[in-house]
Design a protein around this ligand. Structure first.
Ligand code: ADP
Length: 293
């Protein structure tokens, strides 16, 4: 099955006409394979990803930044567990961005993320990111008050100014060899309700439950507006958004794995070629090692 074609449907590279409501959270593109078969497909995809990661690491030129955003219980942790588990941990780092610390709040909103960017050859995964500063901070305005900004800078234009900052930041990263891929895990309000209930019912999941999640449900519409505006204003060819239908976990995993695989393929990664004098040197070492038996 050609998943590459499917992925195209979910990739947003320009703002024009983007509407979140055009994307059905329960979409599976007509696939009805379920979790078990999806896991086999993901395993195939992971082998491919792992092979490309080795080249990324050896080549040490490109970096890959994967940003995961979504409402609570949309499956961000699950994507990290199921899609990224095959990667070599040596070349991969996950950062979860939670409530900002006092030190974070002493700096501009991109600062804490900038300190966690992946180095060349590495994959960085952001579980939430600086996008929270145009999402939760926009919806819960009291959070903006805690950011210690000079009062004259807090105007109606603040969100569009932040979008400008994000676009410039991501363009800068792209021009310096970091491939930025952004995923919005889109679940329906009803599916979230089911998952929150499951958290309450299942002792091993209870620790994940937070009253904030219930409060945020009341602001669902405003979150969706904030997501739509953020995606509309920050979807670019160099740092695309993927709107991932996430009501079916297996489909979300497949989509994310395929999107990352496709994007890495386009980098045309290769192992560095050893040539000329360096190759001659290796031949000498090989002869010496062979003779030393
Ligand atoms: P998660 O839901 O990601 O598993 P938590 O339950 O600890 O982890 O939630 C982290 C919380 O931190 C989320 O509610 C998120 O909105 C909040 N958060 C993240 N970044 C910021 C930020 N810049 N400003 C305010 N709140 C933030």
């Amino acid at each position: 099955m050609n998943f590459a074609k499917i992925i195209k449907r979910f990739r947003i590279e320009k703002a024009h006409g983007f509407r979140l409501s055009d994307f059905d959270p329960a979409d599976t593109c007509g696939l009805d394979i379920g979790k078990a078969a999806a896991k086999d497909m993901i395993a195939d995809g992971l082998r491919h990803l792992t092979a490309m990661q080795e080249k990324l690491y050896a080549q040490n030129q490109w970096a890959l930044l994967i940003i995961l955003q979504g409402m609570d219980a949309s499956g961000k942790d699950g994507v990290i567990k199921h899609v990224m588990s095959g990667l070599n941990p040596q070349g991969c780092e996950v950062h979860a961005f939670k409530h900002p610390s006092a030190e974070d709040l002493e700096h501009d909103f991109l600062w804490r993320a900038a300190r966690r960017l992946p180095a060349r050859g590495r994959i960085g995964i952001f579980n939430r990111s600086y996008y929270e500063d145009v999402l939760v901070v926009r919806v819960r305005r009291e959070l903006l008050g805690r950011q210690n900004l000079p009062a004259q800078l807090v105007t109606k234009a603040i969100w569009s100014e932040r979008f400008n900052s994000i676009r410039a930041f991501e363009r800068h990263l792209a021009l310096n060899g970091t491939l930025v891929l952004k995923f919005h895990l889109r679940i329906s309000k009803e599916e979230q309700r089911q998952r929150l209930l499951a958290r309450l019912d299942e002792p091993s999941k209870r620790w994940k439950f937070s009253m904030d999640d219930v409060d945020d449900r009341k602001l669902w519409g405003r979150y969706m507006e904030a997501y739509e505006d953020a995606i509309r204003n920050t979807a670019t060819a160099e740092a695309p958004w993927y709107i991932v239908p996430a009501d079916h976990k297996w489909f979300a995993w497949l989509t994310v794995a395929a999107a990352i695989g496709g994007a890495m393929e386009r980098l045309k990664l290769e192992f560095p070629l050893v040539r000329g004098k360096a190759l001659e040197e290796l031949e000498r070492v090989r002869r010496a090692l062979g003779a030393a038996k």
